[in-house]
Design a protein around this ligand. Sequence first.
Ligand code: SAM
Length: 275
Amino acid sequence: MTIQKQGSLVCVGTGMRMGGQLTPIAQSYIETFDIVVAAVPNIFTRKWLQGVAKEYICLNSYYEDMNIEGKNRRDTYRRMADTILAEMRKGKRVCAAFYGHPGIFACISHMAIADARAEGYQAHMEPGISALDCLVADLGIDPGTYGMQSMESTQFMIYHRTIDTTALLILWQPGIAGELALKKLETNEEYLQILVNKLARSYSLDHEVILYEAATDPLEKTRIDKIRLGDLPRMTLKQITTLVIPPSKSLERDQSIIDELNAIAAQRGQVQQAA
Ligand SMILES: C[S@@+](CC[C@H](N)C(=O)[O-])C[C@H]1O[C@@H](n2cnc3c(N)ncnc32)[C@H](O)[C@@H]1O
């Protein structure tokens, strides 16, 4: 029989926009668990968390570790996960809060949950409203219309990836594209030119792409800048920018598959036409 240890972990998201995007279940964990450990950039959200949490630890200052020689972003994320786990090992019910969805491009919660479970603690994640959810709503793009590819910008640059230009491509973190040392939260014109050169293997430099930044509080304006792909290196990109690349080619039917499906339907006595 497995004995469940005292102490538990739930990872929640606070959504992208201050006020309204927090799910009722996330709010309930934040308000009722023994401690909230949070990495949330919006100052108003942080203040609210601090006000309602029984005990509160803010992880934001851990990003300064990246300035220490020999340390990089991975060390910062590990230290954040370790802080969450240390509170749980004390027997507390820990609510770890991150902006957006706690599990989308957010490795800390995945690491913490995996480690907690491996040690026999109860741990789970509650979904939140991510940048992608806001993007779909603000840009009026349905990922189901042409299909969607979604990947991290630097990963796209440094690995061989097969891009489907008939589907939407979402590149996350273009604002730190090419920063292989994992020590800075910025990119530069030369790195972005390399990103563009790689994209130009699949798209024309005149292809229209979108720089998207969801408003994170009601007073901010959402950024939806439609630009030529070739102009990307000269644009201002922030840590919160997402690069949206609409399809450049039309979907092409795979007639052999359609014929196979119709043949099966015919054998079954059904009449089927390809949509
Ligand atoms: C470390 S990931 C965090 C994603 C977050 N967990 C979520 O659920 O959306 C950071 C990346 O998310 C995207 N992002 C974060 N905030 C955004 C915003 N306000 N608008 C658009 N994209 C955003 C950007 O691509 C950014 O580089």
